[in-house]
Design a protein around this ligand. Structure first.
Ligand SMILES: [Zn+2]
Length: 73
């Protein structure tokens, strides 16, 4: 089952279209929702490839998780 928050909010997050409050709520949600976390990782990988740079505001835990996913492949 796919979480209904995942796709729209994840892409808005990556495009920095969320308010600070929305971004904080989203990041908290990603911390507990494996579905959204997986989707965000996918989007981050695409974003990384396209932009070759990290979001400076990415939470460290999430960044570390993404790096572990990327380097595992
Ligand atoms: Zn979710």
């Amino acid at each position: 089952m796919r979480c209904n928050k995942s796709e729209l909010i994840a892409s808005a997050h990556l495009d920095q279209r969320l308010t600070q409050n929305e971004a904080m709520k989203y990041q908290a949600h990603v911390g507990i929702c494996a579905d959204c976390r997986g989707y965000l990782v996918e989007l981050e990988q695409v974003s990384l490839i396209l932009k070759s740079s990290w979001r400076p505001d990415a939470p460290r835990d999430l960044r570390r998780h993404i790096m572990s996913v990327i380097t595992a492949k």
